[in-house]
Design a binder for this molecule. Sequence first.
Ligand code: COA
Ligand code: AMP
Length: 640
Amino acid sequence: MKAGAHPGYHATYQAWREDPEGFWLAAAADLEWIEPPRTAFDPAAGIYGRWFPDGICNTTANCLDRHVAAGHGARKALIYDSPLAGARRELSYRDLLREVEIAGHMLRRLGVAKGDRVILYMPMVPEAVIGMLACARIGAVHSVVFGGFAAHELATRIDDARPKVILAASCGIEPGRIVPYKPLLDRAIDEARHKPESCLILAREQAPATLAAGRDHDWAALRQEVIAGGAGPLPPEPMHATDPLYILYTSGTTGRPKGVVRDTGGHMVALHWTMGALYGVEAGDVYWAASDVGWVVGHSYIVYGPLLKGCTTILYEGKPVGTPDPGAFWRVIAEHDVRVLFTAPTAFRAIRKEDPDGAHLKRYDLTRFKALFLAGERADPDTVKWAEAMLKVPVIDHWWQTETGWAIAGNPLGLGLLPVKHGSPTVPMPGHDVQILDETGRPVAPGTMGSIAIRLPLPPGCLPTLWQADERFQDSYLAEFPGYYSTSDAGYRDADGYLFIMGRTDDIINVAGHRLSTGGMEEVLAGHPAVAECAVIGARDSLKGEVPLGFVVLKAGVNIAPDTIAQECVARVRDQIGPVAAFKTALVVGRLPKTRSGKILRGTMKKIADGEPWTMPATIDDPAILDEIGDVLKQAHRPG
Ligand code: COA
Ligand code: AMP
């Protein structure tokens, strides 16, 4: 689909409004099915309906076999570029298909069958992608756990997904340190009630792994064994379009993560459609999502989207800065001929901080680079304008969530860009009927803030439910506004129909584009034996957008130095949630500000911490406490 050759955004959105069934069936027809769907949507199935209920397919047949069969076996499917490991590897579509078949045989050898769950706890190495696709090949449901999460978080996911097998690597690599994954995996399995039958461990040269006899297998050894046993082609398992492809856990409002379920058919149809219409790429283009396979962006746009489209995807194990310098992204774009880059705004804030004038840009030829897409957190206009000035290509903010799997709103490059308004991710994508609602569920006038909701049904690719938790799905997303999916984001729509996403309505915060629950952190702090009560807020941060800030009140009679307890609190969050929480500051305070009914005034505390104007809440119990909070923040060199 070439920009300009398409009817444009408005006509496309209208076409979807008038005939959603026809719209999605046409999108489905661009893919290969074992049984093509005759129905796009069945409102009677599932909780709010199900997509392509009579379709039979396999996602990997569309990600791999389809392209090989069309004569593109030699095209690069995946480029692994790791400044952290000092490694590079390229796999053609034919190579990747072969590796996925071999890994599929390996999983089968370990007893994995259709419907079984497989957890992956892996860094950004090709085997992570191969492992995910191997699961999809044989109909197993993968669940990737981000490497920055600690053992306890992994244990929670093991108990919820109940995997037969876990795929892991001996280590991840962070700048300046090796992160041994195997001890974390062992601790998680010890802690979990559910025990996997086997673990398959990829030994990286940076760290050895001790294998537990009878449970753990060496990846390379099993691979050799399977090849020696004559591993032949592995036909893709026929799947109902409604079968789960994967579970991806994301932060909820408590420490218990939500298992977002992705289905098979709707997911591939929606993602394939977005590659052309939203990102404006064609088969053969190089597409790079600088994220991690542990996040939804990694699932959708490192693995599935680009491969469904027949693009070359980049698997980059590095950072925007420090690996080795703030020119790292420009190097990857120039060396691999990247047409479209997708990352979080925080990456650009990091680059700008180290190279405000773009000196590193001048070292690379970026003439073929076409567009930058940003998501994962609010794209602040300052950063967007800086990126536009430096790159001289469209910089496109788009808004979505782990739950939706693809953009709710964006500016569709493939349909012809609409005028950009800084601070807005532009307009709803076809499939999404977005409404701004007041507390009673009534749509508000343009320009008025409200809760952002999507009228049901959600489009293909969005979650049909939470893993074995239909009731939690209903309570979390559908109960607030009957007939709608509640996004838990607040914002407004302007007179031109542009959306502005202003922040969450719950206790989720976004730290360097990573979604975290302050409620989950409070649970960890409350577990400290000296802590009587606590509050965690997301304080504004010029690099990461937000960082968590903890306030703890000690139990009466505790005579340990407050600094010691604060350090223990920081260590506790790192140990139980993981380094990715970026929880670096706990402040010991005498009391927490509350309303007369006992509700902690987190919103006001955040305003004080951000140095924003605030008003005394009428319902406050004791106004003096807010001054105390301000004083403690000043002592800690926060704005206060
Ligand atoms: N395994 C183990 N630890 C990890 C990890 C992983 N996969 N990923 C991050 N961490 C650690 C980091 O090393 C850091 O540890 P530290 O406290 O010892 O320094 C901690 O988790 C916090 O990580 P992060 O918030 O990412 O901070 P950072 O300083 O390492 O990097 C950025 C900041 C902006 C460079 C980085 O977050 C980034 O590149 N973000 C943009 C891309 C992105 O990840 N987007 C996600 C969704 S699109
Ligand atoms: P995640 O599930 O990690 O993708 O996080 C989803 C949340 O990140 C959303 O609910 C928003 O709060 C926030 N978010 C993602 N993209 C954007 C964006 N483009 N603008 C504003 N907020 C965003």
